[in-house]
Design a protein around this ligand. Structure first.
Ligand SMILES: Nc1nc2c(ncn2[C@@H]2O[C@H](COP(=O)(O)OP(=O)(O)OP(=O)(O)O)[C@@H](O)[C@H]2O)c(=O)[nH]1
Ligand SMILES: [Mg+2]
Length: 609
């Protein structure tokens, strides 16, 4: 192998960037968004910290439904009213963190770095041992959405979850979803059933039922294979001591003892941190794969959405072109002007006497000042823009109607009402393009030699008048008119075509008109593509999603390729921490016993070797 093996820290850095990119694509379902957020929070709150050091302060989390008694238990462990309790639901709205003062900085820079500072309250206690932070979390199930978000974020960061429920609430539905994530995440879990009945027989029956539920939900494994099975602890309903908003210390003895053990025994803390990390790594691959699946599904959805928009705009463009080709969209008034010009007595007389007789006189007829160039161009531009706008609006309406079925797009369509019609700049953009187009016809006439010399005698023919004739020729040709549409349009088309044929010759006229039509088609297509792009901007390109999916899968494969159990770099950390007699400062969590280049948390993504 020439390649240096991937270390966990490299991988965490890579995955953090991928999680960010995934969130930027705007996951299109709540579940997909939750998975990406979990990954980001988990990497930042847990893996980044643990991949650097197993000795960073442990995070022990009190989690559960509102009113279960989390804050009461927190105060009981703290021995003081550190987190207000209450009869109103929900009470706790921020994370209350009980720590030794020396743990404050490493926690705020590490595990808790991703949490909004306004949503944490640190309660320092110099009397407790260093190395363990106890967190009272907001509830999981009240109507306060922000509470749930914060609790979810804490779940991603924790090393041990004390899930607090009550004898009457343990079968509630909502917390089970969170417990599912606790399980997936491999977070060590202790279930605390609070407010248990005093009768012992009732209590054992109740605990058996709780066990059954956890087993059925797949959260507690009874096979005995599990390294650390989920423990279930009951707390008998006690009297709350109002001055501390807590129970008597003795009533939660098993929980208090566990915390005390972790506080006083560094090896036990490292063992728990290692267990949390191993669980976390086992759960990471499946989560990353799931997010890759999400991206691939969304790539397919995005393609379907884009096809809807493409089809809607294409169909309207086709309809627009066919209406344009019939010339019926032009208002009569402008046509009459032109008819009066091309149909002027002399012209018709020349036609009836044959082309040969026009020679010498045509230049006179087409003196620039006689042609109603400006009126016809203006009217044509207005009519063309108005017609195109109707079709663009219809394409927008059809696209928006179909896209509105997608939950993630509905909001954008609701806040941007112009997406349901043509865009506000549509007229202006198209008008400029039509002006350019008319200019291009004049250039084409000049550069291809203009009218037959013998007929036109060069420059004395108004090239603008000729351009206007060709412009109208792109909309009106006698073949395109049906019986119902005769009248001024048919008559004008006939005369216009006769005149152009006389001036340019039949073949050159057809080519001129063909080229003009092609350029107009191009301008309309560009304008419609810009209209469609407003929709396409609402979804990421499908290639971005498929690209992201393959990078996620590659990262998941590298994760699987890491050595089984603890990754080598962490085993080294562990060995150095635990094995060689405590020459390293065991009393300082900040003292890093491993060479700085392998544990520097500040530069997790750089790979030194
Ligand atoms: N009598 C008695 N009351 C309790 C016990 N545990 C909790 N309570 C009361 O139940 C209510 C809710 O307790 P909290 O500790 O605030 O509950 P919580 O889980 O923190 O609730 P949120 O902060 O809303 O998530 C308070 O009035 C507590 O005094 C207990 O064992 N016995
Ligand atoms: Mg509370």
């Amino acid at each position: 192998m020439t390649q240096a093996p991937t270390t966990l820290r490299d991988l965490v850095g890579r995955l953090e960037l991928l999680a960010e990119r995934r969130l930027e694509t705007g996951p299109r379902s709540e579940a997909a968004a939750a998975r990406s957020t979990s990954l980001r929070d988990h990497l930042a709150g847990h893996l980044r910290v643990r991949a650097a050091s197993l000795d960073a302060p442990l995070l022990v989390l009190l989690l559960g439904p509102t009113g279960a008694g989390k804050s009461t238990l927190f105060n009981t462990i703290a021995g003081r009213p550190a987190s207000p309790t209450g009869v109103l639901r929900p009470t706790t709205r921020i994370a209350v963190v009980l720590v030794h003062p020396d743990d404050r900085a490493p926690l705020l820079d590490g595990t808790l770095a991703g949490i909004e500072p306004g949503r944490i309250r640190i309660v320092e206690d110099a009397a407790i041992a260093q190395g363990l932070a106890l967190v009272d979390a907001p509830d999981l199930d009240s109507i306060e959405h922000a509470n749930r978000e914060l609790a979810d974020q804490l779940v991603e960061a924790a090393d041990l979850c004390l899930f607090v429920t009550t004898a009457t609430r343990y079968a509630d539905r909502v917390p089970w979803l969170v417990l599912g994530r606790v399980r997936e995440r491999g977070l060590p879990l202790v279930v605390v059933v609070n407010r248990m009945p005093p009768d012992e027989a009732d209590r054992s029956e109740l605990l058996r039922d709780v066990e059954r539920l956890f087993e059925e939900a797949g959260i507690r494994d009874t096979s005995g294979d599990e390294a650390a099975p989920v423990e279930i602890v009951g707390v008998v309903e006690g009297d709350v001591e109002p001055e501390v908003e807590a129970l008597r210390a003795g009533s939660i003895a098993p929980i208090a003892a566990r915390i005390e053990h972790l506080r006083t025994d560094r090896d036990a803390r490292i063992e728990l941190a290692a267990r949390a990390l191993a669980g976390s790594m086992a759960g990471l691959g499946p989560l990353v794969e799931q997010i890759a699946d999400d991206c691939e599904h969304e790539a397919i959805d995005v393609e379907a959405l884009r096809r809807i928009a493409t089809n809607a705009y294409e169909r309207e463009l086709v309809d627009l072109r066919s209406t344009l080709a019939r010339g019926t969209f032009l208002r009569e008034e402008a046509l009459r002007h032109w008819q009066a010009f091309v149909g002027a007595d002399q012209v018709t007389r020349f036609f009836s006497h044959g082309i040969g007789r026009i020679r010498g006189a045509i230049a006179d007829v087409l003196r620039p000042k006689r042609a109603p160039v400006a009126e016809v161009r203006e009217a044509t531009t207005d009519d063309l823009v108005a017609l195109a706008r109707v079709h663009a609006a219809e394409a927008a309406r059809r696209t928006a109607t179909s896209w509105a079925d997608q939950p993630s797009i509905r909001d954008a369509l609701g806040t941007e009402p112009t997406l349901w019609v043509s865009s506000p700049t549509f007229d202006e953009r198209l008008r400029l393009r039509i002006e350019d187009w008319i200019g291009s016809i004049v250039v084409d006439i000049s550069s291809t030699g203009g009218p037959k010399r013998s007929l036109a005698r060069g420059a004395s023919i108004g090239v603008n008048a000729l351009g206007t004739g060709v412009m109208l020729g792109t909309f009106m040709h006698t073949g395109g008119l049906t019986g119902a549409e005769v009248g001024v349009a048919a008559a004008t088309a006939f005369l216009n075509q006769k005149l152009l044929a006389a001036l340019f010759g039949e073949a050159a006229m057809v080519e001129l008109i063909g080229r003009a039509r092609q350029r107009l088609d191009g301008s309309l297509a560009t304008t419609f593509a810009e209209e469609r792009a407003r929709f396409e901007a609402l979804v990421p390109p499908s290639t971005a999603l498929t690209g992201l999916a393959s990078e996620l899968r590659a990262a998941a494969a590298d994760l699987r390729a890491l050595p089984p159990g603890l990754p080598a770099d962490l085993r080294a950390v562990l060995d150095e921490m635990i094995a060689p007699a405590d020459t390293v400062a065991a009393d300082s969590v900040q003292a890093d016993p491993v060479p700085a280049d392998t544990v520097a948390a500040e530069k997790p993504a750089s790979s030194p070797p």
